[in-house]
Design a protein around this ligand. Sequence first.
Ligand SMILES: [Zn+2]
Length: 185
Amino acid sequence: MKIENVINQCDDGKPRSRKFETVDKLIVHRIGESLGTTGEEIAEAFRDTSRWAAGSFTAGEHPYHFIIRKNGTIDQCLTLGDHAPHARRWNASGLAVAVIGDFRSIAPTPEQWDALTRFCGLWVLYGLKLFGHDELPGGSKDPSKACPGVMLNMDTLRIEAEATAAEYAKTAVEWSGVSFETYET
Ligand SMILES: [Zn+2]
């Protein structure tokens, strides 16, 4: 899992500060390829506030803390203390990760799925709950919005993220000196 820090390049100049302690969930979104292939390109698209442009819906603000590219690279675009506009009333308590692609009709690439499960595993270990955008009531103006879409199955993601979190936790426990050896039965 590779995370690039591109916060300075993606900054929309409109920080809306919050305490990270208020965050208790990670919210998964899809973002269209037409807006860009990297976090920086997508940040650029959200700077355009002309009519119907991406930024016209967010007042020029970049809505996602993390973007997962097709090749599985994760771009961190915002500080975790930025209250970004991605899921309306859930913004203050949510961290947003957007995966590039339209998962109403296509599946994430294997590299994206691998990065996403590891990334979600980390946050599950940290104590955040995992949601798809459209699983949160009132998370969008459009009640029929499909985000991230059926091809990115949230139930499967939760199971894999839990398993990954358990692996990470075991590594930490072993690292502290506990032995997992058992008697043969
Ligand atoms: Zn969404």
